[in-house]
Design a protein around this ligand. Structure first.
Ligand code: G16
Length: 540
């Protein structure tokens, strides 16, 4: 009965995974995230919740243990819904509530969910697990597995894999392997086969000539799970792309390396050796983000972030559609972090509509589903491309452009942003265009920008509106921002509470780097003064 089951869950929770603090932990931008030592009971309870979610949906769901770009002492969990998408938003508050009830309220809270969601506990449940390379991940994964087992779910543990791989496994399995084979090997094969077929298509058209494209990249893996996974993938494509690996596990996770470090600091990761114009990439800790960069002749660091990838992909796919002579409704989805120059380029030069939504891939993914071809990327390098059924049907055909489109679709992990898949896509387009990294960069000129973090007592005193472009609280602060922004040429700035770290984020752009830095510092000072800053206000 429901009572026996939920009482057993409560009893095991009390003995094996007790709640050892009364801190409120919330399902944030991408799941729960906190110091690893606070998470035992959260993970156990998410294992229970995943089993219930699987029963509600009548399909397999996924649980990924990771804190992505956060420091190594943190950890967290992301829950994956049956089609490989992020957990439905309504269930985020159910998850938050379950994670925070007292140990002796667990049975009651679970019974409540079962009754409200009309869950038949006699139905089968199935949960896939994956985890990143953090020292705490194995233990926390076990806590979640134990939760699912108490609720009689069938479990499959994929061990150390990337977040997007878990999304893929869930989607593939629930599609009866139509989306791909739900195994590690199946994942590598699907993407690498598409990469190879596309290359062959281009070679059959124009021979081995590839313009200014060099088939070699330098890869910073942030000492995360991306390292071993991209290494495995590279075996399948080593005749087509040489990858020089750095930070593949010998050092501390995300420390002075990785996509977030490179994007925020706008500098090279530590411990990589490169020459001028080498095309470089950085993954984040769970390999769902990627940024490109290089050093020019004058040793200046040049970043090609998520906005650049979105522009590259949008431009190329539009071109393919033109050649195919078919019209599809295509759109790009960005957030307020998108560089103003990228938005202008996509709208004015590529003539593709751009939508702006709040931060978090779940919001971008959702919006992108409104298009036949929806390209979404956060500036931080998190993104992918979604194709509607109509797009997939129309893409079929015998002509080369049609074959390319179909192969391209196969190379994309449509379930979520995926560093490995995104890398293959970018390399494919650069090769097809015969472009060097500089040619890619020459599409438009970024507006100089600066990202800062402000530590405050309670980040939730900041209330955002208009897709995070403005704030409504603390009262009067937006007006202060507006006055300041008006003093800067091409000035734009916004602030928002992070959903993955205990900070308020500040973004500013202007016509010169020093103006962007100044604007960011002034805005950060205002936040520090008026929203309960802790310690010193940030400087640049
Ligand atoms: C997560 C989300 C991203 C988001 C990022 C930063 O990334 O999946 O969509 O951009 O957090 O969020 P925030 O600014 O709220 O801290 P990841 O790669 O850390 O899982």
């Amino acid at each position: 009965t429901v009572e026996t089951l939920t009482s057993a869950a409560e009893a095991k929770g009390k003995t094996d995974f007790p709640r050892q603090h009364d801190m409120f932990i919330e399902y944030g931008t991408a799941g729960f995230r906190s110091k690893a030592e606070y998470l035992d009971h959260v993970l156990y309870r998410m294992g229970l919740l995943a089993a219930l979610r699987s029963r509600v949906k009548g399909a397999t769901v996924g649980v990924m243990i990771t804190a992505s770009h956060n420091p190594v002492a943190d950890n967290g969990v992301k829950i994956v819904d049956p089609q490989g998408e992020m957990l439905e938003q309504r269930w985020e508050s159910i998850a938050s509530n379950l994670a925070n009830v007292k140990d002796d309220e667990l049975s009651h809270a679970l019974t409540n969910i079962i009754e409200k969601e009309k869950i038949d506990i006699t139905k089968p449940a199935s949960v896939f697990f994956g985890r990143d390379t953090r020292p705490s991940s194995e233990h926390l994964s076990n806590a979640a597995v134990q939760g699912s087992l108490v609720f009689n779910a069938e479990i499959k543990d994929f061990g150390v894999v990337t977040t997007p791989m878990v999304h893929y496994f869930v989607a593939a399995h629930n599609s009866n392997n139509e989306y791909g084979e739900a195994t590690v090997e199946g994942y590598f094969k699907k993407l690498s086969t598409a990469f190879r077929s596309f290359r062959e298509e281009v070679i059959s058209e124009r021979g081995l000539e590839s313009g200014k494209y060099e088939p070699r990249i330098v890869a910073d893996m942030a000492n995360g799970v991306g390292g071993p996974m991209l290494k495995q993938m590279s075996e399948f494509i080593k005749d087509l792309l040489t990858i020089d690996f750095f930070n593949i596990g010998e050092g501390e996770l995300n420390h002075e390396s990785g996509a977030d470090y490179v994007k925020v600091r706008q500098t090279l990761p530590k411990r990589v050796r490169i020459k001028a114009k080498d095309r470089c990439v950085s993954f984040d800790g769970d390999a769902d983000r990627i940024v490109y960069y290089y050093q020019d002749q004058s040793v200046k660091f040049r970043l090609l972030d998520g906005d650049r990838i979105a522009s590259l992909v949008a431009g190329y796919l539009k071109n393919l559609l033109d050649i195919m002579g078919i019209e599809l409704n295509m759109g790009v989805v960005q957030t307020a972090y998108a560089n103003g120059a990228s938005t202008k380029y996509i709208q004015d030069v590529l003539k593709i509509p751009v939508a702006c939504v709040p931060t978090g891939v779940k919001h971008l993914h959702h919006k992108a589903q409104e298009f036949d071809i929806g390209i979404y990327f956060e500036a931080n390098g998190h993104g992918t491309v979604l194709f509607s059924k109509k797009a997939k049907v129309l893409a079929g055909g015998k002509r080369s452009a049609a074959r390319k489109m179909l192969t391209f679709i196969d190379m994309v992990n449509e379930t979520t942003g995926d560093s490995i898949s995104d890398l293959l896509i970018v390399e494919t387009i650069l090769h097809a265009r015969g472009w060097s990294v500089e040619d890619w960069e020459n599409c438009y000129t970024d507006l100089p920008n600066r990202l800062l973090k402000v530590t405050v007592k309670d980040r939730n005193v900041i209330k955002v509106i208009d897709a995070e472009c403005h704030i409504s609280e603390p009262e009067g602060l937006q007006e202060d921002f507006d006055r300041l922004i008006a003093m800067f040429t091409d000035g734009r700035a916004f602030v928002r509470p992070s959903g993955t770290e205990d900070v308020v984020r500040v973004y500013a752009e202007s016509n010169t780097q020093s103006s962007a830095d100044k604007l960011a510092v002034h805005i950060a000072k205002l936040v520090h003064q008026k929203a309960g800053g802790v310690g010193d206000a940030p400087t640049w």
